[in-house]
Design a protein around this ligand. Structure first.
Ligand SMILES: NC(=O)c1ccc[n+]([C@@H]2O[C@H](COP(=O)([O-])OP(=O)(O)OC[C@H]3O[C@@H](n4cnc5c(N)ncnc54)[C@H](O)[C@@H]3O)[C@@H](O)[C@H]2O)c1
Length: 394
């Protein structure tokens, strides 16, 4: 199979991440489903993003009907395709999905196949985690961001008016299938958005990956499939190291929040209309500055991190004017608040994080925190009409 790679995730429920080109119609998916059919599962519900080309849902359903019902004629395969955006990643949508499953008479022996970006996987994963006290879900991520991040590690959740991802559970999927072919139809801003999560894991854990991202921007943005498999594989391997050590976020997993403390505030302020990755890119730019102000990161490494972010996001991120008071109010609703203090992941140098006494996130001194809003002023990542030539995506 074309560039096929496999990663074994050894969490409380172990599973395989399959990565390759053109692998959706190979027998991997059938084999993953057959494991459940053999154990008495009687239904597969495909829940897919309506925006996807039909070959990734309706035609896939037809293919699975032929290949799975041939051997197990009583095995039912239904498709629910629906429109889902970040603004709809909420309690109402979760309830609607659950009601659909009840209407389809789904019981404990139902397997879910979730096909879409991080928004769809997060909410469908959460539905699967609580429906009938938990039914298995296989993920087919179709955005680069979901391939490198949201599909692996088991975090599921929804947003509330109080903030992002504030309700959810950690439930590992039964398997993950990453087919880089699905990225062909992904809009350019959504593709670029994913570079933030790849840069994030590289900046905290892997200088070599940072260098690869610095030197191969054009190949990456051209969506070269061989190169894509390489960086997806590298990112998932890094995430695997973290989640296997700390599946339930009692320590090291907090590192994956680098850029997200500020990023989540930006997303909330923008009414979830900004892509997640753009908010995280801005968050990383600001949070690396905080690490420098705290004396944790030297100027040379700060420049390296900000140069890498600028390479992909210079003048790309459109946001409204940040209001000081609202910004600070939202900041305090984040999950990363401990003992009334907002905690930040602090980078030590390119590819290395700061930790002390088994702690991975830290409060910063109040004067520095008060000035965060100023870091949005003249920020090179934020779209400025004067430099409009640089605002094209790919
Ligand atoms: N669970 C986790 O560990 C984790 C990690 C990172 C991010 N997330 C979450 O992921 C979400 C962001 O995910 P995202 O960036 O994938 O956004 P998304 O799911 O909103 O997808 C972006 C857009 O691309 C469309 N789309 C998806 N695949 C497509 C394809 N192949 N072709 C054409 N269009 C396609 C979608 O309809 C959507 O309009 C956020 O809610 C974030 O909180 C979760």
């Amino acid at each position: 199979m074309n560039g096929y790679k496999q990663i074994n995730i050894n969490t409380s429920q172990p599973y395989l991440v399959h990565i390759g080109k053109n692998i959706l119609y190979e027998n991997i998916l059938q084999e993953e489903c057959t494991r459940f059919i053999k154990k008495g599962w009687d239904k597969l519900i495909i829940i897919a993003d309506y925006n996807l080309p039909v070959k990734y849902h309706r035609e896939l359903q037809d293919f699975l009907k032929v290949s799975l019902q041939d051997k197990s004629p009583n095995f039912k395969i239904e498709l629910l395709s629906f429109k889902i955006t970040e603004q709809q990643k909420n309690r109402d949508t979760k309830e609607q999905l659950e009601n659909k499953l009840f209407e389809l008479n789904c019981g404990k022996k139902t397997l879910i196949l979730a096909i879409g970006g991080g928004v769809l996987l997060d909410i469908v994963g959460f539905v699967a985690a609580t429906y009938n006290r938990g039914i298995p879900v296989i993920y087919i991520p179709t955005t680069l961001l979901a391939m490198v991040d949201a599909s692996v590690g088991g975090k599921t959740g929804i947003n509330t008016p109080y903030g992002k991802n504030l309700i959810g559970v950690i439930k590992q999927p039964a398997a993950v299938l990453i087919d880089v072919n699905t990225l062909e139809s992904l809009p350019a801003p959504d593709y670029l958005s994913a570079m933030a999560e790849i840069i994030k894991i590289a900046v905290i854990l892997d200088e070599e990956l940072c260098n690869l991202l610095s030197h191969h921007k054009d190949t990456i943005l051209l969506r070269d499939s061989e190169f894509l498999i390489k960086i997806i594989y590298a990112s998932v391997q890094l995430k695997k190291q973290v989640i296997e050590q700390d599946e339930f976020e009692n320590g090291m997993r907090e590192l994956l929040n680098f850029g997200h403390t500020i990023g989540h505030v930006v997303e909330k302020l923008e009414g979830y209309l900004i892509t997640h990755g753009f908010a995280v890119a801005l968050g990383m730019w600001i949070e690396s500055n905080l690490a420098w102000q705290m004396g944790c990161l030297n100027k040379e490494n700060l420049n390296k991190i900000q140069d890498l972010l600028s390479l992909y996001f210079y003048n790309k991120i459109k946001i409204s004017k940040i209001d000081d008071l609202t910004f600070n109010q939202i900041l305090l609703f984040d999950k990363k608040v401990k003992e009334s203090k907002v905690h930040y992941v602090l980078v030590k140098e390119l590819g290395k994080f700061y930790s002390k006494d088994n702690k991975y996130s830290f409060p910063i001194i109040p004067q520095i925190e008060q000035d965060i809003v100023n870091l949005f002023e003249n920020n090179p990542l934020i779209f400025c009409a004067d430099q409009a030539m640089d605002s094209s995506y790919v």
